[in-house]
Write a protein that binds this ligand. Structure first.
Ligand code: SF4
Length: 331
């Protein structure tokens, strides 16, 4: 039997995940946890770089785990843990990696520049080293694959660069990770400008926790084809022609999409009905997820994280022992 490759995926505990997060990071969970030796972890240490509020860390960590469990993450197939449960191992590895990585490259990193602009009053030492900590998360389990958005590929490149430098100094110890960018997900905002994001306001995104009524109300107000002002005007049911159709392309099945394409082009369906159909498709996705997520109490979630921590510590200790030996430290 061929050994499965290792996949490592970090989840930010930023609270209130939305449909864009689902398409970008959760919809393939069923497949990934089957195909790979998968580690899903909540990046509660990374969150300290920009969200250092003690009262939020624990509830948001639990909420993130619950959302992923609702989306189909299975603790019997994948290892689920909080990054902080590997704090000792990751911090140690991060220390060794930080001796290899050049500061200039980190300061030039576009994601650092962007975060430094967003959080100008809190540009910490940790924020500069964020990609190095990320690299430690990947190397600690010898990750072959890391699912990322296209804007995060730069972090994979930095990790590969660190691994090459480290390996050339100490031997072939660290596995070079590969970024997995699935079909670029750009779920549009309900407001029609940019991609779905919390930064544009609560009315422009649909949270995975939104109730049926909230979803219906938000979708009712969604921006649609601006050229269609009367029911008798044929619309433009394409990804670029209508924001609502663009959302249908992610959340409605082929039958619904084809029906809308035909009836909208023939001016045979109104936008109100079309939006109702979109709400129905979204609710069909979110309601079962919410039900599954709510079945897990805080105690259940903590148990899952504890169990994951146990498994992951064993794997991390093996890596640390190898690294220490290669560096020449007394064991
Ligand atoms: Fe857009 Fe649907 Fe209206 Fe056509 S019917 S313009 S696809 S909202």
């Amino acid at each position: 039997m061929t050994q499965k490759q290792t996949l490592v995926s970090g989840i930010r505990p930023t609270g209130d995940l939305h449909l864009g997060n689902y398409i970008g990071a959760m919809k393939d969970i069923h497949r990934l946890q089957k195909e790979y030796e998968a580690y899903f972890f909540i990046v509660d240490l990374h969150a300290l770089t920009t969200h250092p509020k003690p009262e939020l860390i624990k509830p948001r960590t639990r909420d993130a785990v619950r959302s992923y469990l609702g989306a189909g993450l299975d603790p019997n197939q994948a290892t689920i843990y909080a990054q902080s449960s590997l704090a000792a191992e990751i911090s140690e590895l991060h220390l060794y990696l930080s001796m290899v990585m050049h500061i200039g490259e980190l300061l030039r990193c576009p994601t650092f520049k962007e975060k430094a602009k967003q959080h100008a009053d809190h540009v910490s030492y940790g924020l500069v080293g964020y990609p190095v900590l990320m690299a430690a998360d990947m190397f600690i389990h010898g990750a072959h694959k890391v699912p990322v958005g296209a804007d995060q590929l730069v972090h994979i490149e930095i990790a590969r660069d660190i691994a090459r430098k480290f390996n050339s100094m100490y031997g072939e110890i660290l596995t070079l990770p590969n970024g997995m960018v699935e079909k670029e997900a750009r779920v549009p905002s309900l407001g029609g400008k940019g991609k779905m994001s919390k930064s544009l306001g609560a009315k422009t995104y649909i949270s995975l926790q939104d109730s049926k009524e909230t979803i219906e109300n938000k979708v009712k107000r969604a921006y649609s084809d601006p050229t269609r002002t009367h029911l008798s005007d044929p619309g433009h049911p394409t990804v670029d022609g209508c924001n609502v159709y663009h959302l249908h392309s992610y959340f409605s099945n082929e039958e619904v999409r084809k029906d809308i394409e035909k009836r909208c082009s023939d001016a045979n369906i109104g936008c109100v009905r079309c939006k109702q159909m979109l709400s129905e498709s979204i609710i069909e996705l979110t309601e079962p997820m919410q039900k599954r997520a709510l079945a897990y109490s805080d105690i259940d979630v903590d148990d899952i994280l504890r169990e994951g921590a146990k498994k992951t510590q064993e794997s991390a200790q093996v890596t640390i022992a190898k690294v220490r030996k290669a560096i020449g430290l007394i064991q």
